[in-house]
Design a protein around this ligand. Sequence first.
Ligand code: ZN
Ligand code: ZN
Length: 365
Amino acid sequence: MTTTANDTSSRPPAPATAAVWSGVDKGFSVEALPLPELRPGELLVRTELATICGSDLHTINGDRPTPLPTVLGHEAIGHVVSTAGDVTGSDGELLVAGDRVTWTIGTSCGACRRCRRGTPQKCLTVRKYGHEAIDGHWKLNGGFGTHVHLLAGTGVVKLAPGLPAAVAVPANCATATVVCAARRVDLDSDDAVVVIGCGMLGLSAVAYARDRGCTTVIACDVDPARRALAERFGATVVVEPAGLAEATKQHGADVVFELSGNSRAVQSAFEVADLAGRIALVGSVSPAPEISFEPSAFVKNLTTVVGSHNYRLDDLAEAVDFLQRTRAQQLFADLIPAPYPLDQVVEAVALANAADAPRIAISFP
Ligand SMILES: [Zn+2]
Ligand SMILES: [Zn+2]
């Protein structure tokens, strides 16, 4: 066999490129990183599209400590490059090179007490994409890179080739988080639903409630532009916070999704829930001013309050199915403006911080 300049077989594989985050002082550096030596059960994925989530911004803005250096980003989709041994997707089928996939935000061992009790997102040995320090084996550990190294224990869900990337990309954060919360409050088509906070989570919740057959969906947000968007996503009533009590009196509030994380909004969720109401607290992911409540009203009203953070693999599979079938597909696609290339990650983050666009995306060479 002769080797020519175009013969790639004898060359070492091109390295990956990732935006390495070294903290608020040092910021990002776009670096070449070696491709991993996969261990059994691991996959290498070539990233198709990633988006900057609010929790990435919390880290970048110094509101949340993270081990350093790291590759941020957990909302991403990509194509399988290779697997080490047999690795199956959520459908039980073997994953092969070329499969288009999304994956859980973290790993789960399947054996610890938390995994066995149905909360694998809180596995005692969880490792989360976009949240951990780079180490000798695991360098490509976030979505802001050309490749992502998926560890064993990561749940992987296949994506249909025709599903637009901009629709699929929030599946493994915002969409699956909403699906999990809906499962945990037993969302039913008969429920009058209240959605507080109409960012990416809220718009997903509005569309998901409609998809599940709910005919009353009250969306509440301080921002008129977000309220208008919520209406387009299927909200049947839109109100500013001052109007929420009146709207729920009129239309009901069986299930309340609190997605804003604002303490006053959390308080209002407690105030508006109907008899036997179920409240999902989702938005409160960082410490906020305390609220108080008078407990006998909860007792007498048979109220259920559920905290919900991240999700399980079955929630992610349902999120992907939902994005595939939703009538709001084009609306979801329209939420994401043209992506920034990876080497403009700093500009992309600045825009994500400044603009009120629900998501800014990063694309890869
Ligand atoms: Zn996220
Ligand atoms: Zn576990």
